[in-house]
Ligand binder design. Structure first.
Ligand code: ZN
Length: 401
């Protein structure tokens, strides 16, 4: 066997064992050997290396099955840090987390509305260095950085191919951050990062097939098939915001008409509220902006629905119905076990979710929706940021993915 492939096998076995300890710890060497089908001497050798690296620790003694009590192993979660960065229009967020995903520090930076590639990368580097300084102040080494980026991302190159909300193209995020921080960097689309967060720490745990749907200023999906994030041929899978819901519907920013985003994303709901009021509908919304409809934002819609405004209720109910059609199409196509909904539109609560669920029920085939559950994410606003550092964790624990 060549040295290269021997080294590779050893590192693959190393991460297999490390991942086993993460998922099943505290766990004994004998149990690891049984679960991984590696020989006990191989397990003993690799465990020694992992102990030396400080990635795992020996903990309490386990239950004896006759004879000496086995020494148990667990992840040394607080010994190292990983960093996650979530990049989107107007804002960069960073988090420093332990190896078990516990968030320890956060920092953020505003981005100007108009940003060029150089400014964007400078802000990104500055924020990464700020997060690194927080880790350094704790005396904790950082093992890697993950970036969840809005728009089309090539995760193999670590490049933001197209970020429409930021008006940027071909941003070499991985190359620039690796150079600046001297750490491995992983980059992924933000909604796919959310799906990864759900898979490791949220309601996608234990589910091999599920879909995360993010509904806010845009609409997108992160698809997990057989435990892997599905990217598509050119990394564009999951763009459900631009699937057609109504062939005669309103114009979408992609140039098509009747897209889900043109019917159910926040800007569409604001446009619709303005049009209804201009056409004479009475609504609290009108009072909230003293009749100046150009000042109307999605925040007013959430305030109005909390005060029981009929127009706001109607707008969210229709959005729920459009989303229900979009989700039914996804369900009939992919037959997932679970759909996890995230994003600011969930703030409308039952006003949105009930018509959504009704529509899904009407429009899915019994076989496609068998065993299906639709839930609202319990990771909330932090999902993309958690997903960002989970990219770095995945690199450590499951690099084959
Ligand atoms: Zn569109």
């Amino acid at each position: 066997m060549q040295t290269g492939s021997f080294q590779w096998m050893k590192s693959l076995n190393k991460s297999t064992i490390l991942n086993m300890v993460r998922l099943h710890g505290p766990i004994s060497r004998a149990e690891i050997a049984k679960l991984t089908k590696l020989t006990p001497p191989t397990v003993t050798n690799i465990v020694s290396e992992l102990l030396q690296d400080g990635l795992i620790v020996e903990s309490n003694l386990g239950e004896s099955t006759g004879g000496r009590k086995p020494i148990m192993l667990r992840i040394n979660a607080s010994r190292f840090y990983v960093i996650g960065i979530y990049a989107r229009e107007g804002r960069l967020d960073a988090a420093v987390a332990h190896l078990d995903g516990k968030m320890i520090h956060q920092c953020a930076r505003e981005l100007p509305t108009k940003v060029d590639q150089t400014d964007f990368l400078e802000s990104l580097k500055a924020l990464a260095n700020e997060a690194l300084a927080l880790a350094q102040a704790d005396g904790q080494p950082v093992l890697g950085i993950g970036v969840g980026m809005h728009g089309l991302v090539n995760p193999l190159q670590g490049e933001s191919v197209f970020a429409p909300h930021l008006h940027l193209k071909h941003v070499p995020i991985k190359a620039v951050l690796e150079e600046a921080c001297q750490l491995p960097v992983e980059v992924e689309n933000d909604v796919r990062a959310m799906a990864l967060a759900e898979s490791w720490f949220g309601q996608g745990r234990e589910h091999a097939n599920f879909i995360t749907v993010h509904i806010g200023s845009g609409i997108g999906a992160g698809i997990v098939l057989d435990n892997e994030l599905y990217h598509g041929v050119s990394f564009a899978a999951g763009e459900i915001g631009h699937t057609t819901i109504d062939v005669n519907g309103p114009l979408c920013r992609c140039g098509n008409v009747g897209c889900l985003e043109a019917l159910a994303a926040e800007p569409a709901l604001v446009t619709r509220a303005r049009a209804a009021i201009e056409a004479g509908r009475a609504s609290l919304l009108s009072e909230m902006v003293q009749g100046e409809l150009t000042r109307l934002t999605e925040e007013h819609l959430y305030m109005a629905i909390n005060q029981g405004d009929e127009l706001a209720k109607e707008i969210f109910a229709d959005a729920g119905q459009s989303l229900g059609i979009g989700l039914a199409n996804l369900i009939n196509t992919f037959n997932p076990l679970r759909i996890i909904i995230n994003g600011s539109l969930t703030r409308a609560g039952a006003y949105l979710i009930e018509p959504l669920l009704d529509t899904v029920q009407k429009r899915t085939l019994d076989a496609s929706a068998d065993h299906l559950s639709i839930v609202v994410s319990d990771l909330g606003k932090q999902a993309a940021l958690i997903g960002a550092y989970t990219l770095a964790l995945r690199k450590i624990f499951a690099p084959s993915a």
